[in-house]
Design a protein around this ligand. Structure first.
Ligand SMILES: O=C(O)CCC(=O)C(=O)O
Ligand SMILES: [Fe+2]
Length: 292
């Protein structure tokens, strides 16, 4: 079957498309190994979460559970009420993230099977556990127009992200890794941009950003945005939204992952960083051999 392509946006040489019926081979060549984003129109077609995950479902089933958002505790039901009436002038806290594997494991069958586009995935491999604590989970995001992802960033540890929209519409803005100088990474948090509002940049304060070509597009129910490692991104819900985020690590982002591990470990100890190198080199060959 030929892929059906819908062009979402383009800006200069950069374009983001939505694809239905894409083969794994096309995904691997044009996106995974090319490190190029795409919206996959039908990746989650077999998930029951598509019809089941609604704000009402979470409110009625888990309304009394506590959830921590930006350091504060809320009852999930109260948060959902707040999120539904929030506005940008009177915002609700964001992001509200639920850890599926840890706290809502009974919902795992609803996001199964893991779609092929997110495989192979080494981020759950025991050999890599020490380096990926906390980064190897599935997360549900609940949001609304009155709660904005607080910053433009790229995901750390070199992981690729897949954000599947299950309810409502979310708008994403992305920029390629080679535009890093134009987004003014923070000195101490180099994966976070100093620009507060990427759609309304203060050019006097951030003159280099005149060269940036941020691309903004919407992702709707049943669609999955693939954000390759190193791509800058931020998100804003246009309606009440529920999304599921998952990551992948494999041969396509292995070099970036190991570089981030060394940098992180070296900050603590040069000796351990030195030992980490041969260890990861062996693990990488083992896992790489199994991928081939
Ligand atoms: O869906 C969103 O709000 C963006 C989430 C995201 O980029 C992240 O958690 O790293
Ligand atoms: Fe992210």
């Amino acid at each position: 079957m030929a892929t059906k392509v819908i062009e979402l946006v383009n800006n200069g040489s950069i374009s983001v498309e939505k694809k239905y019926g894409m083969s794994y081979e096309e995904f691997a060549n044009d996106h995974l190994f090319a490190n190029y984003p795409v919206v996959i129109g039908d990746a989650c077609k077999d998930w029951s979460a598509k019809d089941k995950f609604t704000p009402e479902f979470f409110k009625s089933k888990y309304g009394n559970r506590m959830v921590e958002i930006q350091g504060n505790q809320y009852k999930l039901g109260d948060f959902i009420d707040m999120m539904e009436i929030a506005t940008l002038d009177n915002p609700a806290p964001y992001p509200c993230k639920l850890q599926i594997d840890r706290d809502y494991s009974e919902l795992l069958p609803d996001i199964n099977p893991r779609f092929a586009f997110a495989n192979p995935d080494w981020s759950h491999n025991t050999l890599l556990k020490p380096f990926l604590r906390g980064a190897d989970t599935y997360e549900i995001f609940l949001g609304s127009p009155g709660g904005q992802f607080p910053y433009v960033h790229y995901d750390y540890m070199g992981l690729h992200a897949y954000i599947t929209q299950l309810y409502g519409i979310k708008e994403f803005t992305v920029l390629p890794p080679d535009q890093t100088p134009y987004v003014y990474p923070k000195k101490n948090n180099t994966w976070v941009s100093d620009i507060p509002d990427i759609k309304n940049i203060d050019l006097e304060k951030f003159p280099l950003s005149a060269k940036a070509t941020p691309i903004t597009f919407s992702v709707g129910p049943g669609e999955t945005l693939f954000i390759p490692n190193g791509w800058w991104h931020t998100a804003h819900s246009l309606t009440s939204t529920i999304s599921v985020a998952q990551d992948s690590l494999n041969a396509s982002n292995w070099n970036r992952f190991t570089a981030e591990v060394y940098t992180k470990v070296a900050k603590k100890s040069n000796v351990i960083a030195k030992m980490t190198k041969p260890y990861l080199s062996v693990v990488g060959s083992l896992l790489g051999a199994s991928q081939r």
